[in-house]
Design a protein around this ligand. Structure first.
Ligand code: ZN
Length: 344
């Protein structure tokens, strides 16, 4: 114990802080509630009665030394020339000003909206809490249709004994609302948040964001669909981006397709992102099923239309190479700040 005190005494005598922070560290180390002096006094309780007398004195002297040193240094930092200099030095920089940054999903959303606006599309929105009709039935998902199993839904209320009110599983419900309440032609995109009952991991989340598009008019054909989406990816990923369509199935479109683009990371050469195929899927699309048009009160003999839908997280991944979906919703500023320059 004596040796310890000698060592600390030497340390205190030699201590010379460069700034107030170092002095504070000193205070916490020696005089803090969990500091060395407190600890020594604890140890002191365990020594024998003989030693108590000698050590009591040593310990008290040591405590006084530490307190005196701290008081002396504190006064020096507070009234010393350094502080005065600080007050007078007008050339020192001011406090930093934190510039905010846009969320990567907002950046992607705004970019997609910009591209389609130039093609004459308007932006439409709808509620995130939907009924069965707008989320499923009107979109050609009949009762017991196996396609309903494709989407794990968060049902939140039963109506007349059946699950009816749910968090929307796709933004297609906005298409239904738009067609029900208007007259063709329709040309709109619908960005928004959607929900699926899935376990959260790097590759899946219980909520994510979609942008859907709808174009309904007389004589709208699959060629219009292809040209619109071709133009979209040239604008989004740059001239020369290749596209390909693969047949697919969705209850609300017929025929349906999935669209791939040449990998934005490796430009088709093959990489981790495209699983070495050179292609990545970015969206689903198709001609609006005549049943859907009829469900929404539109004459399917007179009007045709196309629709498409894509996940915004997917589009952002291909642009910024974000490999973990959870990053989008965790609000880690270290992640978000990386998109600061994108705003300028
Ligand atoms: Zn690739």
């Amino acid at each position: 114990m004596q040796a310890q005190i000698d060592q600390y005494t030497a340390e205190i005598n030699a201590f010379s802080p460069a700034n107030a922070d170092e002095l504070e560290t000193f205070r916490i180390k020696f005089l803090g509630t969990k500091g060395i002096i407190k600890d020594l006094f604890e140890q002191f309780k365990t020594v024998g009665p003989e030693e108590k007398r000698t050590f009591g004195k040593v310990l008290n002297q040591f405590k006084q030394l530490a307190e005196a040193k701290y008081a002396e240094l504190k006064e020096a930092t507070e009234s010393g020339p350094k502080t005065k200099d600080l007050e007078l030095d007008l050339t020192l920089p001011g406090d930093g000003f934190e510039v905010g940054s846009r969320h990567p999903l907002s950046l992607v959303r705004n970019e997609i909206i910009d591209i389609f606006k130039r093609l004459g599309f308007v932006v439409a929105e709808g509620p995130e809490i939907e009924d069965d009709w707008h989320n499923f039935s009107a979109l050609n998902f009949p009762e017991e249709h196996p396609a309903r199993d494709m989407q794990d839904t968060f049902f939140i209320k039963k109506n007349a004994g059946k699950d009816d009110i749910a968090l929307r599983t796709h933004t297609s419900s906005v298409q239904v609302r738009m067609m029900e309440h208007g007259k063709p032609p329709f040309r709109a995109i619908m960005p928004g948040r959607v929900y699926r009952n899935e376990a959260i991991s790097a590759r899946a989340h219980c909520f994510f964001h979609q942008v859907e598009g709808l174009y309904v008019d007389e004589n709208v054909s699959f060629a219009d669909l292809k040209q619109t989406l071709y133009h979209f990816v040239q604008e989004l990923y740059g001239e020369g981006t290749k596209v390909r369509f693969r047949p697919s199935y969705f209850p609300f479109t017929e025929p349906s397709a999935e669209m791939d683009v040449s990998c934005t990371i490796c430009k088709g050469a093959g990489c981790n992102m495209c699983k070495y195929s050179g292609w990545v899927e970015i969206l689903g699309c198709g001609m609006v099923d005549p049943n859907v048009l009829e469900n929404c009160g539109i004459d399917s003999k007179k009007f045709t239309g196309f629709a498409f839908g894509m996940g915004m997280e997917r589009i952002a991944n291909l642009k910024y190479v974000i490999r973990d979906l959870r990053l989008f919703s965790e609000n880690d500023v270290r992640f978000l700040k990386q998109f600061q320059t994108e705003m300028l």
